[in-house]
Ligand binder design. Structure first.
Ligand SMILES: [Zn+2]
Length: 349
């Protein structure tokens, strides 16, 4: 019997529909819980009718204006990156910045962690999601890993790595230009810490690792397992923490700093596939995070993993997709069922 529990329940309620002469309408709401941390997500099939209200199309004129206006004084464009971005001291990064292909890594001028680097990904100021290639993402990840290794050599307390992306303002990005932000901290930030603690508890209770059990179970079920790129397993989340969530779980490594060159190439390939998929669904804005735990200090059963979600499209007077449900109740809506999402995403791998 599986140790992973995909817990769900259903409730129904009746209301009188004003658009159908106040006749009785039964609404069914499915509640799902994440098998590791228990976070709740909610699925009401009727929300599909409201999707345009929730997730309107991008406004091409607004996006063009955003690209044009932000491109005029972008500090990530052309020579500006030399003049306007900070450098690390030589004891940490010999050249001050790390350059791999088009990727350039430098310190965030307004850090929110002990080591907080920004990685400019491309020379281009704006890329459509299908243009964010495996090479562009992979070079960014290689720069990120080079920085992790430099920090590891200097600082034994720096154990929690998160490599993150915000694309466009609905995802919280202040700059349009494609970039990553990474944190290396002695303290795991809230969700990262919840993953760590839940992995420890799962191992104690079951005597096996959560992520290897999850991958095995998802492969057996076949409902949400999407594909494998190298050592990365791609799947949709049973109880997602954002819209259209896709996860990648490494087969065995917990530490981003210890991934091989092939691992970085393979995860970049998968991210690029997911972004092309999001574009096919009409999305333009996204977030992702790669979670890592350092070497021996890693909780048993934790694997290096990536979570990627799509965000609201940019259009005038757009409605933010984080409301009380997400920000304060830490729960999420399911618009596309993870099982349906997985089936469509397989075509992109
Ligand atoms: Zn730019």
């Amino acid at each position: 019997m599986s140790k992973i529990r995909f817990e769900s329940s259903r409730t129904d309620l009746t209301l009188l529909d004003p658009f159908k002469d106040f006749s009785e309408e039964v609404h069914i709401v499915e509640i799902r819980k994440d098998p590791l941390v228990g976070d709740v997500s909610v699925y009401n099939p009727r929300l599909k009718d409201k999707v345009k209200f929730f997730f309107g199309d991008s406004d091409a004129g607004l996006v063009d204006k955003l690209i044009e206006d932000s491109g005029k004084d972008c500090i990530f464009c052309g020579d500006m990156i030399e003049k306007s971005t900070p450098r690390y001291p030589a004891y940490l990064v010999a050249e001050g910045r790390i350059r791999i292909g088009e990727a350039v890594l430098f310190p965030n001028l307004f850090p929110i962690g002990k080591y907080h680097a920004v990685i400019r990904l491309s020379k281009d100021h704006f890329l459509k999601l299908s243009e964010i290639s495996p090479k562009i993402i992979g070079d960014g990840f290689r720069a990120a890993q080079q920085f992790v290794k430099a920090v590891y050599r200097q600082d034994h307390s720096a154990s929690c790595v998160a490599v993150n992306a915000n694309y466009l303002f609905p995802a919280g990005a202040t700059l349009v230009h494609p970039h990553l932000q990474m944190l290396i901290t002695p303290t795991a930030y809230s969700y990262h810490e919840r993953l760590n603690q839940a992995c420890r508890a799962y191992y104690q209770e079951n005597g096996s690792g959560y992520y290897s059990d999850l991958v095995e179970e998802e492969k057996n079920l076949g409902l949400r397992y999407v594909a494998k790129t190298g050592k990365w397993h791609w799947l949709t989340a049973f109880s997602p923490m954002g819209n259209n969530e896709v996860c990648a779980v490494h087969d065995g490594e917990n530490d981003f700093g210890a991934l091989t060159v092939a691992d970085l190439t393979d995860i970049a390939m998968g991210v690029s596939n997911v972004l092309a998929f999001y574009e096919s669904l009409g999305h333009l804005s996204f977030n992702y995070s790669i979670f890592s735990a350092r070497g021996e200090s890693s909780p048993k059963g934790f694997h290096c993993l990536l979570k990627i979600i799509s965000r609201q499209n940019p259009y005038p007077n757009y409605r933010n997709d984080d409301y009380f449900l997400q920000k304060l109740l830490h729960s999420e809506l399911i618009i596309n069922l993870p099982e349906v999402l997985a089936s469509a995403l397989r075509g992109f791998f």
